[in-house]
Write a protein that binds this ligand. Structure first.
Ligand SMILES: [Zn+2]
Length: 315
């Protein structure tokens, strides 16, 4: 048995799985704001997952953790996480090992999503494909010849920091015009806030009076035909399409799998992305590409983390 944990910007999710990837138990908890809150939430989730093993608790072999931010696998901690500052420098792996008595392993969140999909999702059907995680930022992964390509130090496919505008907005990474500044959930919200409140008569503005604006609300209004909400998604998808066109030119993939909260709005995003890719990628390269959504938003990345743990104790 293995536990896989997926630490995202708002929630920690976890699965208990066997070595075939059959999920026996699933749970989630909101991520805390302070370091002790994060640690407690994480350990509580692990306890409840392993608790479902009952008397077979000793069959738990290892725990894999996928986390947002730049990570140090050897030391088992997140070095930098602009979206969850309290996570920085927390000795995640040591804490888990001390409390559970089993070995733990840390991996990047985009990588565990790719591994999960490669193991139990679309990856079973394709050998050359890309994954893009559209969340607070944009992460990515690539499978080439049925192998996950991670680069020299495990940091390949920092898709979010592919520039689409050299004179664009400044990015904390040091570059300008990075894709995630425009086409992540954060980028979408920034663009929406910039154009809302100008008395457009949009149904979105009416809803904002009672509730805090979020990407889901914009999606709902766009699907109801609100012109301003539709415009927001079209604009953000156009920017995303520019990034995807670059990737299509580089990798000539069979499929592109979208993950992350924003990918739930695929009905709005895909048609625009496909059009932009058709216009911008090299002639013929866009033919036959399948645009897919991650098989299971909730469990796939955590399953990938469990697989990391499984492969790590073998080595
Ligand atoms: Zn950047």
């Amino acid at each position: 048995m293995f536990i896989g944990i997926d630490i995202g910007g708002t929630t920690i999710k976890g699965v208990l799985t066997d070595r075939h990837g059959d999920v026996l138990s699933f749970g989630k908890t909101p991520i805390g704001r302070t370091a002790p809150e994060i640690e407690n939430g994480l350990l509580e989730l692990i306890r409840s997952l392993s608790g479902s093993l009952g008397p077979k608790a000793s069959t738990l072999k290892a725990i894999g953790v996928g986390s947002a931010g730049s990570i140090d696998k050897k030391r088992g901690m997140v070095l930098k996480s602009p979206n969850i500052p309290a996570l920085q420098r927390l000795p995640l792996v040591k804490t888990i090992e001390r409390h559970t008595g089993v070995r733990a392993f840390l991996e990047n969140d985009a990588t565990v999503a790719v591994i999960g999909e490669w193991w139990k999702g679309a990856g079973k059907k394709y050998s050359n494909w890309i994954m893009l995680t559209l969340g607070t930022g944009i992460g990515g992964g690539v499978v080439i010849g049925n192998r996950i390509y991670t680069g020299q130090t495990g940091n390949a496919m920092e898709v979010g920091h592919m520039s689409i505008d050299y004179r664009g907005r400044r990015c904390p990474c040091g570059s300008t015009g990075c894709l995630e500044l425009y086409a992540s959930a954060t980028g979408l919200m920034r663009y929406a806030r910039g154009i809302l409140g100008q008395g457009s008569g949009s149904s979105l503005e009416a809803r904002m009076r009672d509730k805090k604006l979020d990407p889901r609300m914009i999606e709902e209004e766009a699907l109801r035909g609100d012109p301003l909400s539709m415009h927001i998604y079209t604009q953000v998808s156009t920017w995303l399409g520019m990034g995807v066109a670059n990737l299509v030119n580089l990798f000539n993939p069979q499929a592109i799998v979208f993950a992350g909260g924003l990918s739930r709005a695929h009905r709005l995003i895909f048609p625009v992305v496909k059009k932009v890719v058709h216009e911008r990628a090299m002639e013929g390269l866009d033919k036959g590409i399948r645009y897919l959504v991650i098989q299971d938003h909730e469990k796939t990345p955590a399953l990938g983390a469990a697989r990391v743990a499984m492969d790590s104790i073998k080595n």
